[in-house]
Design a protein around this ligand. Sequence first.
Ligand code: C2E
Ligand code: CA
Ligand code: CA
Length: 765
Amino acid sequence: MELIVIALSIVVIISAVCIIRTFRSRKPISKEVLPLLVVILVPIFANLLIAATDDPMVADYAFLLYFVSTNWVIYFLIRFSAIYCDFPFHRSPLQWFWLAVMTVDSLIVLLNPYFHHVFGLMIREQIGRFDQFYVESHWYHFVHLAISALGYCCIFSMYFSKLRHTSELYREKYLVIIISLIVTSAWQVGCIVFRTGLDRSMVGYGLLGVLIYIFAVEYPPIFLKYQMMQRVLGGITDGIFFFNEKYDCIYYNPKAAALFDLEPEQYTKAYEVVGTFLNPGETVATDYIEKNIEYTLDGELKKYSVEYQKIYDKKKLQAGFYVVIRDHTEEERIRAREHYDATHDALTGLLNRDEFYRLVQEKLTKHPADTYLALGSNIKEFKLVNDIFGHTMGDKVLIKLARIIEGVSKDGDLVARIDNDRFAVFIRKSNFDPEIMAGALSAVDHIGDIQYPLVIHIGINEVKGSTDLAPSVIFDRAFMAITAIKNDNQKRAAYYDDSFRDSLLWEQKLTGSLDQGIQNGEIIPYLQAQVDSDGVMRGAEVLVRWIHPTEGFLPPGKFIGLFEKNGLIAKVDRHMWESACRILKKWKDAGRDDLYLSVNISAKDFYFLDVYAEITGLVAQYELDPKSLRLEITESVMVNDSKRKLDTIEQLRNAGFILEIDDFGSGYSSLNLLKDMPVDILKLDMLFLSRSYDNEEKQKIIIDVMINMASRLGIPVISEGVETLDQVLFLKKLGCEMFQGYYFARPVSLEAFEEQFRIFENTGK
Ligand code: C2E
Ligand code: CA
Ligand code: CA
């Protein structure tokens, strides 16, 4: 059998397989490939028939079939190519045109048995058996060939156009078909020119069909895939290495090269580099490994994550593995930065409150047996610093202070800025040296170039590691301790203890119950008699007492200090003044307008009350002589903002009130004060005088001088705190004419006082 028949037969068999597979394929393009493959078989069969027959009639019809079927091969080629190259075809002018042309041409060719206008069958004796029959071209054959040629031009133009516009990745799939089309059509032209009986180019058509099947239906686009993979991997931000089953590196992407400073195709080096992270024992045994590594690239420490994954084929045989390397250096840096920002104070770089408390808690939990000190620092009147010097300067001070505190704290101590000007240190008790801390803090004595000694107070709270208290509470207490020394210029540090907290609670309780206390009559005046040198009661000082429903009897020492601190003293005083007026009114109505009462005026009253308006208002309301309500003011009233207060005092005196200077001699500027302060009476406090002098002789001299000076200035003196007859005699000798003290009378309730001094016995006389 001749080769061509074998070749055609093989082509038929292969085509048949392709047809079946195309039939089963679900790709849309299969619908175009299938008719093409089928149609290609027709001229192949026709040729096989021509080869097989001896009968000229059969040969004649076989040629006819061949002529007509090639038309449809070209038609379906056009159809397939249009769709393959993404040109519109179905129901397009292109389709209608070629359908019409091919139909008409086929019909004309089919008339050949009658008119022999296409070809005439020729028989050759000598030439090989398969070329026994051949055709002689008649005029229409050339028309038919021209149509075919036009068809091919159409096809080629589609491929060429596609080739020009498609990505180079896809050229392969068009190029293969166009080349085989060129080869096949050239082959066919050869067959026609050389008038071979059999069209041997049918082998080419068959193969073309197979190629079309492969590229359109099957198309394992290895090249394309490889190209795409390279592009994708090339652009990816991770480094990727591929290794084969022998652990040879076969590929790495540009990023991988950059991560390890590899030149292109340095596969051995790539293996060495990657191999150092993947311990061979581990990689042989495991399918997947993930780890973080550090790598020094150009002197910079990089943080990479490494992912190793084995690859298996369908039969579960190891095909190789790949390694993905991700550069986390920047990410880590950002994360570290973010973590830092979230846990530190932006201004000073110290820990912020939340992080500080977290770390404190951690320490407490870890070392329950240790003893720690919680230190809180506060700058006195820091607001003032901001106001006077501006916030920039304020910030500088805070930064400086932060550095100082940091400087004196040791490794393992925690230092934080809690808020504003409040810093906190958590320190092992054994590490704390108060001297060093105090020394360091006193170093903040200027702001910029300006000498400005800052007062920094420290509150200290000692805690055991085993404490149940939350860090925030521990430090609240440390800061609380500061409130005790806030106004003390000498003390810079104070320890917190439980009594401290108790006193705070106590203060809160009193503060909270003051209004009700006044309303409910719990806060009442006690009266202490003031007597003349004959021992006759002339009046009394009004001294407050609080009969508290839960705390019991409270002398003023228990609450006056607190209320002076928070300003509520004004409420107490206003209440006492009114109480005094009510008593005076009652006495007056009973005919005892000879008696007076002295009330206390606190320095703070001037800030919270219009003292003048209140007092004159009360006196007017109760229709009293201003002389009967004496006013006691301590000399400390004059310390701050003295001009305004002096004016008020002057006004009150002008309104007829008598003004007493209380606790005269207790302040530093007592004598100085006399020259500026308008005053009617001096109250000399024996108690503090006796407290401050160890030498009785000296004390006597000072009292002597004071009373002497007052009498020479024409200012009467009341001696307060007189407890003994000796004192009375001594004071009398010096010229003192009024006395107040336990020797004569203790402060007592109004009823007791009235009873004791038989206030109403002279009534009506
Ligand atoms: P003060 O104004 O100097 O009042 C005199 C204090 O000395 C009174 O204490 C009085 O009981 C006490 N005293 C009088 N004679 C003697 C004595 O012979 N020996 C001793 N050891 N003490 C004597 P009290 O009533 O406890 O008042 C203490 C301070 O509380 C007062 O000192 C005054 O500064 C303040 N205070 C009392 N009541 C009021 C008030 O209504 N308003 C204001 N702002 N302060 C008041
Ligand atoms: Ca007083
Ligand atoms: Ca006094």
